[in-house]
Design a binder for this molecule. Structure first.
Ligand SMILES: Nc1ncnc2c1ncn2[C@@H]1O[C@H](COP(=O)(O)OP(=O)(O)OP(=O)(O)O)[C@@H](O)[C@H]1O
Length: 255
């Protein structure tokens, strides 16, 4: 199994009003192809910052991040943008959907922007529709973005993140704004995508969500305090036991 993401001594410092905030402090970890990693930790511990920096959405202060073996700090802005567009998928809280486009048009946008995606417009539309069907939201394809529910919008974001067949998906609290049923459905889809080979890294506060991942990283004050490899969840029957084990582990870490 190859390494998709390698993070070495990553530091991130924000400076506001001349005050230095060391948000990430010498973070080291590797994500292998096919893993589904949950990042947990107290509010303000640096989880979102970690996701933004390792995915090249935000710059780093020190250290190295390798994606698919390529040193991201050695890439030009354009190369980095292409890497994000062609090899990564994003499901972020601010969903960055365009208000003047329909749901389907928003979904296919990354494919239209990619030079690497050689499919014709018709095929892109078809693939977007296929994804929407798979995620159970095809009926809102022609709706405006403000005419869909939170759960539908989140599923639309998943569709959009998959348009260019990414090697890895980054998701910041993908179920954060959803009720339990929608959250379970969204996680079901992410697990399916992961089963099909896409690596996933997500931030969550929810033990039920983390229990569906293959590994959990716990961050406190910008450093990884613990990691737990729980392996693949083979069936729904295992979930409660996984949640219990994870809960105990998190309590030990001061959750
Ligand atoms: N763009 C930014 N500019 C300045 N400071 C920032 C910025 N983004 C985050 N921070 C600061 O970095 C720290 C970590 O924030 P981050 O959002 O990564 O935490 P988090 O663990 O994801 O929190 P939560 O669970 O509440 O979402 C906080 O102190 C926050 O104020």
């Amino acid at each position: 199994m190859g390494n998709v993401l390698e993070v070495k001594d990553l530091c991130k410092t924000y400076i506001i009003n001349k005050r230095q905030n060391n948000v990430l402090k010498n973070v080291n970890f590797t994500v292998h192809d096919g893993e589904m990693v949950a990042v947990m930790g107290p509010s303000g511990s640096g989880k979102s910052t970690l996701l933004y920096t390792v995915s090249g959405m935000d710059d780093i202060t020190a250290g190295k991040v390798f994606f698919g073996g390529r040193d991201m700090s050695g890439l030009s802005e354009k190369e980095l943008a292409d890497m994000r567009l062609d090899e990564m998928g994003f499901i972020f809280q601010q969903m960055y959907m365009l208000k003047n486009l329909t749901v389907l048009d928003n979904i296919i946008l990354p494919a239209c922007q990619s030079k690497k995606n050689k499919a014709g417009k018709k095929e892109k539309v078809q693939y977007g529709q296929d994804l929407m069907r798979k995620l159970g939201i095809i009926e809102v394809a022609d709706n405006d973005i403000n005419e869909v529910s939170g759960g539908q919008l989140q599923r639309a974001c998943i569709c959009r993140s998959l348009m260019n067949h990414p090697r890895m998906i980054f998701a910041d609290e993908p179920t954060g704004a959803l009720n339990r049923t929608s959250s379970d459905e969204v996680m079901q889809e992410l697990m399916k995508i992961n089963d099909e080979g896409t690596t996933v890294m997500l931030v969550t506060h929810d033990v039920k969500v983390a229990a569906k991942c293959t590994r959990v990283m716990y961050i406190v004050d910008g450093s990884i305090k613990g990691e737990y490899k729980i392996g693949r969840c083979e069936n729904a029957g295992q979930l409660r036991e996984r949640e219990r084990i994870l809960n105990n582990w998190l309590m030990e870490l001061g959750w």
